[in-house]
Design a protein around this ligand. Sequence first.
Ligand SMILES: NC(=O)c1ccc[n+]([C@@H]2O[C@H](COP(=O)([O-])OP(=O)(O)OC[C@H]3O[C@@H](n4cnc5c(N)ncnc54)[C@H](OP(=O)(O)O)[C@@H]3O)[C@@H](O)[C@H]2O)c1
Length: 456
Amino acid sequence: MAPNVLIIGAGGVAHVAAHKCAQNNDILGDICIASRTRSKCDAVIESIRRKNNLKDASGKLTSARLDAYDVSSTVKLIRDTGSSIVINLGTAYINMSVLSACIEAGATYMDTAVHEEADKPCEDPPWYGNYEWPRKDECARAGINAILGVGFDPGVVNAYGALAAKHYFDTIDTIDMMDVNAGNHGKWFATNFDPEINFREFVKVWTWIDRQWVCRPIHSKKKIYDFPVVGKQPIYLSGHDEIHSMSKNIDARSIRFWMGFGDHYINVFTVLTKLGLLSTKPVRTAEGVEVVPLKVVKACLPDPKTLAPNYTGKTCIGDLVRGVKDGKKREVFIYNICDHKQCYNEVESQAISYTAGVPPVAAAILVARGKWNPRTMVNVEELDPDPFIEELNRIGLPTRVKFMRTARKSARKKSSARARLKAGRAGKTARTTKARAGGKKRKAARKKATSRRKRR
Ligand SMILES: NC(=O)c1ccc[n+]([C@@H]2O[C@H](COP(=O)([O-])OP(=O)(O)OC[C@H]3O[C@@H](n4cnc5c(N)ncnc54)[C@H](OP(=O)(O)O)[C@@H]3O)[C@@H](O)[C@H]2O)c1
């Protein structure tokens, strides 16, 4: 029997997940999209119908108004819609309320971002230890699946780490997750997903180096990396959700996250920060109105969903993994390329929402088929990555694997090539000098013979 799916939220990511659920409703069953603003859910449904993406036309596709902080209303909606899978794609503030509702209703819970409290941006690590993990036993007792952070990053990048450990390495030294958007939306400035959540990511950098948490200032470490397909891109050491679970679940010396930013983004971000406009602390205007600066900035910026029609270019997100296999050093880049325009043509969205919205649907299909059924709370890297990667390949996010030459090997090759070149040049010079010398000797001998003949 199909499980039926309740999607909570109707933003950019939920829009994609709803399209993908509809394309797979023969497996997933009825779909309900519920959010604070019902008209946004209806707009998603219109888009699905416009693109003719409902596979089984007899399947139900409905909308509902829901304030997900209200646990009993959420439980009621889960029961009324007969949903046994809930994909939570609302803001990260509602995660714990939705989890409570799933535990009570006995439904599978999924999200794509770590829980946050509005007044506590960038808490101490490990982030999952603050809210999610203390509730693991509750999930196990209720016998429900709670799959945390199953977007792209976090999500697929966690699975890439597990894939590396399962197939490509005996021991892992470093995992560098790298996320670049080499696309252009044509706006002067916009964030690609919820600006509030986006900016809150950049308060400070918690990263895992030499098996311990290290805190660095934001945007303080930059490098240029030459990515497949999208070429050389500037990336900055950043803090991110997945480091907080992978450092516990994958045995690696260092696990880092790098995010691509152009100079323009850094400039705007710096100005907003310096002016206090990214603050989550309320301020009072001269008129006596209390406002949270970050919420005002969010209200002024373009809605990420509106970026989709004119977006061009591609994203590249993946894990650069270094370690040892069969006694030899190895470096592998496991990644995905996603094209903004293709996403728009398929589901009227852009690649950032697409890469985040497709994975929870792949996970829902695996749960529906009984391939993922942990019956407790897990982060993605704790599950078998193989069926997930296979399902992602099938539904729109294919994985590519590039075996790199290890740094030392390529350095050795470079130096031996240089040596060969040098030796070649030296050989050529020696040969040339010898030839020249031989030519001179022959010329002198010829001159001597001529003068002897003349004398005779
Ligand atoms: N892992 C990844 O790869 C990845 C990538 C990008 C984003 N994400 C995460 O995905 C989530 C959604 O992102 P997005 O860009 O789609 O955000 P978004 O466009 O801002 O959408 C958020 C949605 O949540 C709804 N919502 C907020 N509070 C609610 C409540 N109390 N009850 C019910 N609905 C509520 C909003 O309703 P209104 O419209 O009424 O405000 C909106 O529809 C975020 O948590 C984000 O961090 C994950």
